[in-house]
Design a protein around this ligand. Structure first.
Ligand SMILES: Cc1cc2nc3c(=O)[nH]c(=O)nc-3n(C[C@H](O)[C@H](O)[C@H](O)COP(=O)(O)OP(=O)(O)OC[C@H]3O[C@@H](n4cnc5c(N)ncnc54)[C@H](O)[C@@H]3O)c2cc1C
Ligand code: FES
Ligand code: FES
Length: 477
């Protein structure tokens, strides 16, 4: 480990930048607008919601560069070290830009750079994008003027062009790669370890440090709550934490794997999980937000938790003292209280292979389809022996102070046949499992009704359609 703080080195569009004077919590957006005067990248919300600040970040992967759209407003500058930052100024009238003009996809223009960046990233990564791909790519971009139709027209028209969108200077990028831990200091410390051991050591040395992964929570502590973070330890360059491995134990997903990277492997469990993942925030946030961050923030409405819990996921926590493994549900003790010892971090989760005898579904209920936080998120897994339920796992987010299993409903189903009568008993039992809150997302009564009806929906979707009758009203049996 070098003892001397270093400069942040990255490629901005075509040029090398070295930064040594800005606090580590300076966002990419602040840097671009205030230091570089590259004002094409806009600030709308400063919390990852509107997409006006979308930039593209490239990361070297062998001899290729992998490019992803991210929200510049919540990403801290030192995380760019060794990477390629592409802003709207760098694009030279690519097909998306041309078609935005032709199709009248821009009116006041404030959102336009963000849309252009999101669509350019999509079209760079995928030729012949489907309508669903296009809508997905811009679900995190808001426009108050156009009504979106002309933007979709522009995207569809640009999609027909075979042009390559982003050009990388691999040589320049290779020249700024590090082999050792990166440490930066300017009104705050920033460490970017490369191995699990370095991460554990640094966390032991700085027990009060903030662990930073995608920053989709931590970034907002700074931009919205104006918190000062004196020492930050970044997990985004710890190679082992970014791996996904298939082993005999199941799918092992490193704590710093982003939702985008985990998408394919997780989505293969069931199409309902694929839909849930697609509705998790936006493309930009999924490119940043990690599985480890979603677990470690302990949120009662973290969308990953209910499905992972019912799939029997285990969490591996590591510190300098070694590693321990526990069922994911046991990690959540109470509101904002997790079973985490000093110096521990989420190394990985292990999701057992799905058995053919398991019926599984997961559902997210939120006010908007895209880019919204769940009012209720439910997941259900039944291990069947013929038509008899050998084991039940039901978990909800948004129904309690933590993501939580429904013990009474599970008990009422175990050993029974999977039919209308037993599902109704389990729906009634759910009333004893949860006392949900009323808040801005939903009332307690709504949450209770939705939870029970999601269980019923699960029943409908896993049995013959003609066996089902009506919906359920909470508290009325
Ligand atoms: C616009 C927007 C939309 C969102 N929509 C959704 C949504 O639909 N569903 C949803 O569930 N969430 C949503 N979120 C929340 C957020 O994206 C997720 O919780 C995300 O998974 C957090 O991961 P991260 O890597 O960004 O964590 P960070 O912000 O980097 O960290 C979050 C917390 O976890 C800790 N941490 C990070 N990594 C580790 C580790 N390996 N070990 C121990 N502690 C660690 C950090 O110290 C911090 O306390 C949204 C956020 C935004 C800004
Ligand atoms: S400014 Fe709104 S997402 Fe960044
Ligand atoms: S063109 Fe005005 S906000 Fe989109």
């Amino acid at each position: 480990m070098s003892a001397m703080p270093e400069t942040i080195k990255f490629i901005l569009n075509n040029e090398l930048r070295e930064v040594s004077h800005l606090p580590p919590t300076t966002t990419i957006l602040q840097y671009l607008r205030m230091q570089e005067r590259l004002t094409g990248t806009k600030e709308g919300c400063a919390e990852g919601d509107c997409g006006a600040c979308t930039v593209i970040v490239g990361e070297l992967a062998g001899d290729e560069v992998s490019y992803q759209a991210v929200n510049a407003c919540i990403v801290f500058l030192p995380t760019l070290d060794g990477r390629h930052l592409v802003t709207v100024e760098h694009l030279k009238m690519n097909p998306v830009q041309k078609e935005m003009v032709t199709c009248h996809g821009s009116q006041c223009g404030f959102c336009t750079p963000g849309f252009v960046m999101s669509l350019s990233a999509l079209m760079h990564n995928k030729s012949n994008a489907t309508d669903e791909d296009i809508q997905d790519a811009i679900a995190g971009n808001l426009c108050r003027c156009t009504g979106y139709r002309p933007i979709l027209d522009a995207a569809r028209a640009a999609n027909k062009s075979p042009e390559r969108y982003l050009v990388s200077d691999i040589k320049k990028l290779k020249a700024i790669q590090r082999t050792k831990m990166f440490r930066y200091e300017a009104e705050g410390k920033f460490f970017s370890p490369r191995t699990v051991e370095e991460l554990a050591d640094t966390l032991t040395q700085y027990p009060q440090a903030t662990l930073l992964a995608g920053g989709t929570d931590v970034g907002l502590w700074v931009t919205k709550q104006h918190r000062t973070l004196e020492t930050i330890i970044y997990t985004g360059n710890v190679a082992a934490l970014r791996q996904i491995n298939k082993t005999a134990a199941g799918l092992e997903i490193g704590g710093a794997v982003s939702y985008t990277d985990a998408f394919d492997s997780l989505a293969s469990y069931d199409e309902s999980l694929e839909e849930l993942l697609r509705r998790f925030a936006s493309t930009q946030i999924r490119n940043l937000g990690t599985i480890g961050g979603n677990i470690a923030n302990g949120s009662p409405i973290g969308d990953g938790m209910p499905p992972l819990i019912v799939l029997g996921a285990k969490i591996v926590l590591r510190s300098k003292a070694g590693a321990r493994t526990l069922p994911l549900e046991d990690y959540f003790i109470a509101y904002q209280k997790q079973d985490k010892k000093p110096g521990e971090f989420v190394e990985k989760i292990i999701v057992p292979p799905k058995s053919d005898h398991v019926l599984f579904k997961t559902y997210k209920i939120s006010k908007r389809f895209d880019q919204d936080i769940s009012a209720v998120c439910g997941a259900f897994a039944l291990t069947m022996k013929g038509n008899v339920i050998a084991d039940t796992r039901i978990a909800f987010g948004g129904m309690a102070a933590t993501p939580k299993r429904a013990a009474a409903a599970e008990k009422s189903l175990n050993g029974k046949a999977w039919n209308e009568a037993t599902v109704r008993q389990a729906m009634a039992a759910l009333g004893g499992d949860f006392k949900p809150l009323t808040d801005m997302r939903a009332s307690a009564a709504y949450r209770g009704n939705v939870a029970a009806n999601l269980l019923y929906r699960f029943y409908l979707e896993t049995t013959e359609p003609q066996t089902a009758t009506g919906v359920y009203s909470y508290g009325k049996g």
